[in-house]
Write a protein that binds this ligand. Structure first.
Ligand code: NAI
Length: 335
């Protein structure tokens, strides 16, 4: 199948070319992100492959359809950037990679937690300058701490178990669909308010939906324990960034580690080190010593990239052959 691969980075090209030896698709690698301006690049391609920050609103999907596109393959799990109702109306099938390596994200989230809590990011910067002083680097043991896991699906379950069974944390969880096996491992399900009241660290692993948007807002921060540490590897809009900045300034929040950011589309995945970044909110976040930001990197392991490429190319082969699409996203239910 002829596939236009948008937003290609060197690591995408490598993993897709390696996996494609088995499938033989005609892949055209494009650097630009998909949006209304770049949609014409897909003209004549029956399939496009996109990532988390490509924009697939109704206008873009209409442009794709007009150009002959019938399948959109998301090389990621999240799909909040796609208007599924519009895709359905236009007869465009949307497939995704529901699970490629939940371990990659779970391990990264715990890595952020440890780095932030033990000031590893600051120690690294210091020792590069031959500054071996330890002042300001006092951390806390993870063992025995109370950690909240929001969303206990594929990723959250791994995080919860590692924290409970590996580190010996007290783990509270919030999820509308509790997992009994996790409860049997000593993870305690509570409601949102009880979780926010009790935890010292909260890590977000739920999808971005109308219900979870701004899960951490000014009210959540106000009711939290002083010094709450926040880790977000899911989606930027799960937190109200302005409220988080206020929480850091008032010291109510003890630390924040973010792999995702609400306005990341125009920033992440690019080298902007020679630019004047115009986003004052992100720039303010980066000034805090107790904030650690990474650029949507949690998924980035060679195992995950190989699995993403394999699943995506297999879905496209199924689409080409007219076989059922196992990873097709259903349109949202009306009402
Ligand atoms: P999953 O679908 O297996 O689990 C999501 C869980 O969240 C489910 O158990 C669901 O019941 C729960 N949930 C739904 N609504 C909720 C609510 N209102 N409150 C609390 N929990 C709720 O998804 P998975 O694979 O664990 O991924 C989680 C999220 O991680 C994805 O939606 C995506 O946004 C993010 N992600 C980030 C990556 C990165 O590189 N930073 C890479 C992959 C995923």
């Amino acid at each position: 199948m002829r596939v236009a691969v948008f937003g290609t980075k060197s690591y995408d090209r490598q993993s897709f070319e390696a996996a494609n030896a088995r499938f033989g698709h005609a892949l055209t690698f494009l650097e630009p992100r998909l949006d209304a301006d770049t949609a014409p690049l897909a003209h004549g391609f029956p399939a496009v492959c996109v990532f988390v920050n490509d924009l697939l609103d109704a206008a873009v999907l209409e442009a794709l359809r007009a150009g002959g596109t019938r399948v959109v393959a998301l090389r990621c799990a999240g799909f909040n950037n796609v208007d599924l109702a519009a895709a359905d109306r236009l007869g465009i099938a949307v497939v995704r990679v529901p699970a490629y390596s939940p371990h990659a994200v779970a391990e990264f989230a715990i890595g952020l937690m440890l780095a932030l809590d033990r000031r590893i990011h600051r120690a690294w910067a210091r020792t590069r300058e031959n500054n071996f002083a330890l002042d300001g680097l006092v951390g806390r043991n993870l063992h025995g701490r109370t950690v909240g896991v929001v969303g206990t699906g594929r990723i959250g379950a791994i995080v919860a178990r590692a924290l409970r069974l590996g580190f010996g944390c007290e783990v509270l969880a919030f999820d509308p669909f509790p997992d009994e096996a996790l409860a049997a491992d000593g993870i305690r399900y509570v409601d949102r308010a009880a979780l926010l009241d009790a935890v010292e660290i909260v890590t977000l692993h739920c999808p971005l939906t109308p219900q979870t948007r701004r899960f951490i807002d000014a009210e959540a921060i106000a009711r939290a324990r002083p010094g709450l540490m926040l880790v977000n590897t899911s989606r930027g809009a799960l937190i109200d960034t302005a409220a988080v900045i206020e929480g850091l300034k008032s010291r109510k929040l003890g630390g924040v580690a973010l792999d995702v950011y609400e306005q990341e589309e125009s920033l992440f995945f690019e080298d902007l080190s020679n630019e004047i970044v115009q986003d004052d909110v992100l720039q303010r976040l980066l000034t805090f010593p107790n904030v650690l930001v990474t650029g949507h990197q949690a998924f980035l392991t060679s195992e995950a990239l190989a699995a993403i490429a394999e699943t995506t190319l297999a879905s496209l082969a199924d689409a080409e052959a007219g076989r059922p699409l196992a990873h097709r996203l259903a349109p949202p239910r009306a009402g």
